[in-house]
Design a protein. Structure first.
Length: 540
């Protein structure tokens, strides 16, 4: 179009040149004139195509209007043509010389396919039902890309299940709602009719259930209905809790009451730990308004020696501290009283464990789970024997809590220390679980609780026998059997009587205590006394 009336004067020539790797389709060219160029007609010889160039020659009539030339055409891209804007060069000359030399974008060269987008990459909590994405948009590059009577598939990672699909809008083509069972990581969206004149667009949201121990980008693969696969990150999974241990202690096979470092449990997102939870997706099962709880489960072969101390150290999550308990020796149950309004942190301290002799060497783990953390596990569902809609087998998040090392060698060198008046004793320099009876002095003799001395000698609970009727304590280790009797100075070692200088007695705490030298030496140990520090040392 002329920029002003009379810009083009007399005999004129217009050359329109395509970019490289494009050519004109001569049979599809239609040229017409309007405005100040009305009435101009072209003979076949007045225009010509030479590869990339279209040349038009005409005589511009005088007029009081701006003239316009319309070129309807088709172009043919070669295999090497670049995708993107198709920009032509336009050069106009008339009797007076050059009138115009410039560029114009006439098309956008795209491949068959779709463009994908999501309004916002939401953070979704793993282990929970009813986790919703933001709006996902699928736009055709050109009309008729998505083929009628075919399925457009949206596939997510295997650790994600789709439990809901909601269409927001569609333009240009029609789709049908896909079948959603809650058992699969994909949906097939049926294309009911294809777009015709303009590219179509589909907007929808997904409701997800994410395996409880997973985190990271949730990437959707979109393919089918005539388009090649494309990928889009539609959401990000965050762990419901992040457990960590202050220090990975070494623990020995067959040893009782071994301390673990403190366990810290941090919410992955606010309200990720809750007293309320879903027993399955909203469309399938019911909402439970109570009984949310955190569970701490030990590796098989380990048991809790006591009930740990559980406190909320940050945030305002509330736990029912009075109801924290050990269940079946291997699990600590922490009921949630109410969820917090801030990101909260739970600290579990005073953890002591006992290992049997069947536990393998290597990592000892604590599995953090329970309905307050992971509600979409099989165990938390309505039927714990069946994996139902949106559920996974996974019911916990593991953290390495200790390192199980070489089995306790009954002949190995060990040093146990006991301090008068102190309930904490050490084995090889490591604090052990607090005793319920502290060592004490009586008649210038040191009295130690026999059971804890036995632990220091490498004797486990199975090697300590109390006979209430005869009021005897029997200690067994390898081929050695030692027995003492309350109130008697006679000690039996493999049946042979040895006279001690002091008889054992029972304290108010119910512990058998006595000067320990005779018993320790019976097992080959050496007993030392440091008067300055009031410390008894037993070296095996």
């Amino acid at each position: 179009r002329e920029s002003a009336v009379g810009t083009v004067y007399g005999d004129a020539k217009v050359v329109v040149k395509l970019p490289s790797n494009f050519s004109w389709v001569e049979s599809g060219i239609d040229i017409s004139f309007s405005g100040g160029f009305s009435g101009v007609t072209l003979d076949p010889s007045d225009w010509d195509v030479d590869g990339r160039e279209l040349t038009i020659e005409f005589t511009a009539p005088g007029s009081d209007q701006r003239g316009t030339i319309y070129i309807a055409s088709a172009v043919n891209p070669s295999r090497s043509a670049a995708l993107g804007e198709v920009e032509v060069g336009i050069k106009v000359d008339d009797e007076n010389g050059e009138v115009f030399d410039g560029d114009l974008v006439i098309a956008n060269y795209v491949d068959w396919g779709v463009a994908t987008d999501v309004d916002e990459v939401n953070e979704l909590v793993a282990g929970k039902f009813e986790q919703k994405t933001d709006t996902i948009t699928i736009t055709e590059n050109v009309a008729n890309t998505l083929l009628k009577n075919r399925d457009l598939t949206v596939e997510l990672p295997e650790w994600v299940k789709i439990t809901g699909y909601k269409q927001v809008s569609e333009t240009g083509f029609d789709t049908l709602d896909p079948e959603v069972t809650g058992e699969d990581n994909y949906v097939d969206i049926p294309i009911d009719s294809s777009s015709t004149s303009s590219a179509g667009k589909l907007k929808f949201k997904l409701t997800l259930s994410i395996e409880g121990n997973k985190s990271g980008d949730i990437e959707a693969k979109i393919y089918g209905a005539g388009v090649e696969e494309t990928s889009l990150v539609i959401a990000k999974a965050v762990a419901p809790v992040i457990p960590s241990i202050d220090k990975v202690n070494e623990v020995k096979i067959g040893v009782q009451s071994q301390p673990l470092a403190d366990l810290t449990i941090v919410e992955g997102k606010k309200n990720a730990v809750s007293n309320e939870y879903w027993r399955g997706p909203a469309d399938f099962y019911n909402y439970d308004e109570s009984n949310g709880r955190i569970t701490l489960t030990l590796t098989e072969g380990a048991v809790f020696a006591n009930t740990p101390t559980v406190t909320v150290t940050d945030g305002n999550l509330e736990i029912s501290q009075a109801n924290v308990r050990v269940v079946g020796d291997t699990q600590v149950d922490i009921p949630i009283k109410s969820e917090g309004t801030k990101l909260s942190t739970i600290k579990v301290s005073n953890i002591n464990i006992t290992l049997n002799r069947a536990i393998p060497e290597g990592d000892l783990k604590i599995r953090v789970g329970g309905t307050a953390v992971i509600e979409n596990s099989r165990a938390a569902g309505a039927d714990s024997a069946t994996i139902e809609e949106g559920e996974f087998v996974t019911g916990s998040i593991s953290v390495v809590a200790a390192k199980v090392v070489t089995p306790a060698d009954p002949n190995a060198h060990a040093v146990a220390t006991f301090v008068i008046g102190n309930t904490v004793y050490q084995i090889n320099g490591v604090d052990q679980a607090a005793m319920d009876q502290a060592p004490y002095l009586k008649n210038d003799r040191t009295y130690l609780p026999l059971r804890f001395v036995a632990y220091g000698l490498g004797i486990g609970d199975n090697g300590i026998i109390w006979d209430e009727v005869n009021r005897t304590v029997t200690l067994m280790k390898n081929d050695k059997v030692v027995q003492v009797k309350i109130g008697s100075t006679t000690m039996l070692v493999n049946g042979a009587a040895i006279t001690m200088d002091t008889a054992p007695e029972i304290t108010a705490a119910g512990r058998t205590c006595l000067p320990i030298r005779f018993v320790a030496e019976a097992f080959g140990a050496v007993v030392g006394w440091d008067a300055a520090t009031q410390t008894v040392t037993i070296t095996l």
